[in-house]
Design a protein around this ligand. Structure first.
Ligand code: FAD
Length: 465
């Protein structure tokens, strides 16, 4: 009995990446005694995939001024980083000769920042009896009852929470899909496996599928590993990510734009504003960055047909123009392009046979084969939980406790983050945040998205407990 009682918490957070950690921070900051438990198999909280990076060249894609985890203080990361650098924490930053606010910190260092904010929140919470414990395990099943949520872990433990939150993050396509023999991932190198990159022949012909920021990470790791051979990137639309600059501010043209009701109208308006900016000698990134704050509203107001149109026609453009590359990584990419070592083919992937790829180039009707010595799958994230081969998503779907979100991107929830079951009923005690809500808000992944969600969700959980 004692054992069971000790496994009761007020809030059980499943996933201790950035989302789960920031939620714990926000809960601990509210002055209430509360037991929070974070279920996370990784040894450290606050890191997840993104901030476990060990490569210094794997940086944030925004500068410190844009990446605060405190929605109430935009300078929070800059202030923390200033002290960290003053204490000798990141000596290489001096090479960039930039003010701290303009630096693009390595993601591993950003993980330390999130951890320190958690440590401070734990200390604050301890003053009134609030705790946040890390249980190192994977949640493999979940059931909801009238008074509590029951969570089964892969170590055999069962935890009970008055409320539970799915903060399970992203499922990289490189790990979740096509694992079967003969499938793409069977012979592919994980894009974030720095050791595997070091194991490659320096002259290996490397084929990379996908041209987003994961590809940029892979190119950085290859370079750091001493690779000097040719790298061929295959992507359906043949677009490189743009580099992130620091554009000036631009009038918020969408705030009062009641003529923008569809993806087509949005694109037309954005193009018009970008043209105007360029005519005035202003960077096109300035108007584009004003779209960001409206994207969740525009997406959630759009009809299913409009969402499909957006994904089909605007998404590739949005990904390459909005999810921009940090300048240091972009400089490397540009150099390799100039040297002829990095090339891009606009083509769709059809088959992989070991490291031989069958592709069809854009505009052509016949397939061709590309022979490489190594293959890297950086085709992004699997958002459709029905295709994620992991116990918890499988069980939640099988029990009818969740249902796919719009366009099968993640799972469905109400505006407060309470998940909807297979019948569309809103859960009383089960919530989600971050990447699982991609279909609800379109952008539900970046640091600032999850930081804002953590704050709102903490308030919701408190008001409903
Ligand atoms: C490589 C990479 C780089 C990125 N760079 C940036 C950037 O520069 N700027 C930016 O704004 N955003 C960036 N992002 C987006 C980034 O994902 C988010 O900022 C943030 O990491 C999302 O945090 P999360 O906790 O929701 O997800 P994740 O970081 O994916 O963490 C989820 C955690 O849940 C755990 N988990 C999953 N299932 C279970 C289970 N069943 N039981 C227990 N634990 C479970 C996992 O182990 C993981 O640690 C990047 C993402 C990636 C993948």
């Amino acid at each position: 009995m004692t054992d069971v009682v000790s496994r009761h918490a007020d809030v059980v957070i499943i996933g201790g990446g950035l989302s789960g950690t920031l939620l714990a921070v926000q809960l601990l900051r509210q002055s209430h005694a509360r037991r929070i438990v974070i279920i996370e198999p990784r040894p450290e909280l606050g890191r997840g995939e993104a901030y476990s990076a060990t490569e210094l060249g794997h940086t944030l894609n925004g500068n410190a001024a844009r990446m605060s985890v405190d929605p109430g203080n935009a300078d929070d990361l800059t202030e923390w980083l200033t002290r960290f650098i003053d204490d000798g924490g990141w000596p290489q930053s001096a090479e960039q000769s930039l003010p701290v606010a303009e630096l693009f910190p390595p993601r591993g260092i950003f993980g330390l920042y999130a951890q320190q904010r958690l440590a401070e929140a734990r200390a604050a919470g301890a003053r009134y009896g609030a705790t946040a414990e890390h249980v190192r395990a994977q949640a493999i099943d979940l059931q909801t009852h009238a008074e509590q949520v029951e969570i089964t872990l892969d170590n055999g433990q069962v935890w009970y929470g008055r409320q539970a939150v799915l903060a399970t993050g992203m499922f990289p396509a490189a790990r979740t899909a096509l694992k079967a023999p003969g499938g793409l991932n069977a012979g592919a190198v994980d894009p974030w496996d720095v050791q595997a990159m070091r194991g490659l022949d320096r002259q290996a012909r490397v084929l990379i599928i996908g041209s987003g920021l994961t590809m940029v990470d892979a190119v950085v790791s290859l370079d750091q590993a001493g690779h000097r051979g040719p790298i061929t990137v295959i992507s359906r639309h043949g677009l490189w990510p743009h580099v992130r600059r620091q554009p000036p501010s631009w009038p918020d043209f969408l705030a009062a734009a009641d003529n923008v009701r569809s993806p087509r109208q949005l694109m037309a308006e954005v193009r018009k504003q970008c043209r105007q900016a360029l005519q005035q000698g202003v960077d096109w990134q300035a108007p584009l960055d004003t779209v960001r704050v409206h994207i969740a509203r525009l997406w959630s107001q759009a009809s299913e047909r409009q969402k499909r149109q957006f994904v089909r026609h605007v998404r590739p453009w949005w990904e390459s123009h909005h999810h921009r590359s940090p300048p240091p990584s972009d400089a490397l990419v540009q150099r390799l392009i100039r040297e002829g070592r990095l090339t891009l083919q606009a083509a769709s992937y059809q088959r992989a046979d070991g490291t031989t790829l069958t592709i069809r180039r854009r505009g052509e009707s016949t397939s061709v084969q590309l022979q490489g010595d190594a293959l890297i799958n950086s085709s992004g994230i699997e958002y459709d939980w029905r295709r994620v081969d992991k116990p918890l998503p499988r069980q939640l779907l099988a029990r009818g406790l969740i249902r796919p979100g719009p366009l099968a991107l993640g799972i469905e929830a109400d505006v407060d983050g309470a998940v909807l079951d297979a019948q569309g009923l809103v859960a009383e005690r089960l919530f989600a945040m971050g990447p699982p809500l991609r279909g609800m808000w379109w952008e539900s992944t970046a640091v600032t998205d999850v930081a804002a969600q953590a704050k709102r969700l903490a308030t919701t959980l408190l008001s409903r407990c």
